[in-house]
Design a protein around this ligand. Structure first.
Ligand SMILES: Cc1cc2nc3c(=O)[nH]c(=O)nc-3n(C[C@H](O)[C@H](O)[C@H](O)COP(=O)(O)OP(=O)(O)OC[C@H]3O[C@@H](n4cnc5c(N)ncnc54)[C@H](O)[C@@H]3O)c2cc1C
Length: 560
């Protein structure tokens, strides 16, 4: 394992395996994912704290699954409050006949069929401190606030960066193996690399007013995730409940070309208060304006996510409109994909090919979500959002594509997502138990390569021990479902598409790397080849082995 760490070797020179620029959701999830794999990082954030604005409030099912794997899902949920996960189009905020529309999040009972957790509404200014505390609790790195990246230079084997303390002006040089640009949509890292953004950045301008008011008697018991308020005068405005503490965001469309000065002049606090009172039809409503800022709708993707040892993640890689509520959630999933890949490469458990697969796997997901966010109204995609959130099937050189197609039962499925254990898919949820303890298949993933075996796993264990002895790379943990772990609902083998003795190799990010529907005749050879491919060491010979593996039953597995 790499010896370098964040402890200073001199007051102005640090060494760290991974330098992360930006303490938003993307940077923090990358840092936590590295820490969970035993790799230190240094996170720098130019602001004195994490975001003081609620920003994203919708935390998707997949994001909550990731937080469950960190053990912080309940902490994240504590920032939320009961809300109807739909949008309401209303004439005014107390409209007794709201027209309901999709918000891209599933109802709890729909989510319960496919996940051990549920999406939640919890503002970003609650989420980010939870992530900071968790990262610090892991003791594998440091966050420096009021510290900005001012310069960096990439070399073949690493990056040298210059950081400036914005309070006392101190300058520090950091040498790292990788630099992660998690620095948001105005990414200085991306700009310095000269990576252009593609797509429109002028899809509408808004002023966003953060205020506090007691709207409980106006909104009633059923508070929606978002209100589109269509008055008679002018284009609709939007209200987003943004915290259990009576905070709301009120967004008003701006005329094209209004700059910051014109916006500030057009919307003094008295006018903002008057507009909010109008929307609530409460002339005497007590409104406290907390902040306001202008923002533009953009739908852009970076033309590349990587330049040598420098990698873009989150909004730095793709900027989407708020429609569909996918910006932050895509950033979190990107970071969860990237963190373990960087860690395993730094630790020598995998080759650079694993880091390369980040862009290949996550690039298409970001581009799709950006495109969906351009669809007017509620944004594109399925009503419950599950297909986009859980259903991505990624392809890359570290995934053994076995040519299997979408399960027949998925066609026209309602809900939109149908569990699928094809290579490249998120390994599905199924309830298992051990003794009195109930756990999800998802609770078994997060740190290692896990081989989920249907039925007796004795021969797989022997094969895994032999692979561990003979080749470098990570250990494979064997989980036998049906023996050691009980298949509580009797759904595991069918959901995973396995017959007795078949197995699925799952990566730390919960993505299926390889599936062997039934036991192969030469388990050792098959498993060695699959682990080699999953860690970026796969050769053509390994691929040949995997495409020609014969199951004990004698039938050829579906080959690519
Ligand atoms: C009003 C609003 C509503 C939204 N609603 C939703 C929603 O409902 N659902 C959803 O999923 N998404 C939503 N989003 C989008 C979401 O907020 C972003 O997608 C998310 O914050 C992206 O996370 P990130 O970590 O990539 O970037 P950011 O959160 O932007 O973090 C980047 C960080 O990098 C720091 N930084 C930048 N340059 C430097 C530098 N040189 N040195 C050091 N630090 C630097 C910045 O200060 C910042 O803190 C919304 C956004 C807005 C504005």
């Amino acid at each position: 394992m790499d010896e370098i760490d964040t402890r200073p070797t001199a007051a102005t020179r640090l060494e760290v395996p991974v330098l992360i620029v930006g303490a938003g959701p993307a940077g923090l999830v990358t840092a936590i994912s590295l820490a969970r794999q035993g790799v230190r990082s240094l996170v720098v954030e130019r602001h004195p704290s994490t975001s003081i604005f609620p920003r994203a409030t919708g935390v998707s099912t997949r994001s909550m699954e990731i937080f469950r794997s960190f053990g912080i899902d309940e902490e994240v949920r504590r920032g939320g409050w009961g809300i109807v996960p739909r949008q309401a189009t209303v004439r005014w905020l107390g409209d007794p006949e709201p027209v309901e529309g999709a918000l891209g999040f599933p109802d709890a009972d729909v989510a319960a069929a496919v996940s051990p957790t549920t999406a939640t509404v919890s503002p970003q200014d609650h989420l980010e401190p939870v992530l900071v505390d968790h990262y610090r609790s892991l003791g594998m790195g440091e966050i420096r606030f009021s510290t900005e990246l001012v310069f960096f230079e990439g070399e073949a084997d690493g990056v040298t960066a210059t950081l400036r303390d914005r309070i006392d002006g101190t300058v520090v040089t950091v040498r790292s193996r990788y630099l992660v640009g998690a620095d948001g949509h105005r990414s200085t890292v991306r700009d310095a690399l000269g990576i252009p953004m593609e797509g429109p950045d002028d899809l509408g301008q808004f002023i966003s007013i953060l205020f506090r008011a007691d709207l409980s008697t106006v909104l009633g018991d059923d508070v929606y995730g978002l209100y589109v308020i269509g008055g008679d005068a002018g284009p609709p405005t939007v209200l987003v409940p943004s915290g259990a503490d009576d905070r709301f965001v009120f967004a008003i469309p701006l005329l094209p070309g209004m700059d910051a000065a014109a916006t500030a002049a057009a919307f003094p606090p008295e006018r903002c208060i008057a507009l909010i009172r109008d929307a609530a039809r409460r002339p005497d409503l007590d409104v406290e304006i907390l902040a306001s800022n202008a923002f533009a709708f953009s739908a852009q993707v970076a033309s590349r996510l990587r330049d040598g040892r420098v990698i873009l993640v989150g909004d730095a890689a793709h900027r989407m409109t708020p429609r569909g509520g996918r910006g932050m959630n895509t950033a979190i999933a990107d970071a969860y994909d990237l963190g373990w890949k960087l860690a395993w490469t730094v630790r020598g458990l995998a080759t650079e090919a694993l880091v390369e697969s980040y862009e290949i796997e996550r690039g298409p997901v970001g581009r799709r979500n950006v495109a969906l966010s351009m669809v007017p109204g509620e944004g594109g995609g399925t009503d419950d959002g599950l297909l986009e959130d859980l259903g991505a099937v990624v392809r890359s050189a570290v995934i053994v594509d076995d040519g299997s197609s979408e399960p027949a039962s998925a066609a026209g499925a309602d809900p939109s997502y149908w569990p699928d254990a094809r290579p490249g898919a998120r390994a599905p949820h199924a309830w298992l138990s051990i003794g009195e303890e109930r756990l999800s298949t998802l609770d078994l993933f997060g740190r290692e390569l896990v081989l989920m075996v249907a039925g007796d796993a004795g021969s797989w264990r022997t094969a895994a021990a032999s692979v561990a002895e003979s080749m470098p790379g990570p250990a494979v943990r064997i989980r036998s479902v049906g023996r050691w772990l009980r298949d509580t609902d009797g759904t595991f083998a069918e959901t995973y598409g396995l017959s007795d003795g078949g197995a699925v190799l799952v990566r730390p990010d919960g993505v299926v790397a390889w599936r062997m529907r039934s036991a192969p005749t030469d388990m050792r050879r098959a498993l060695a080849a699959a682990v080699a491919v999953a860690t970026g060491r796969g050769s053509d010979a390994d691929r040949d082995v995997l495409s020609g593996v014969v199951s004990i039953a004698g039938a050829h597995e579906e080959a690519a």
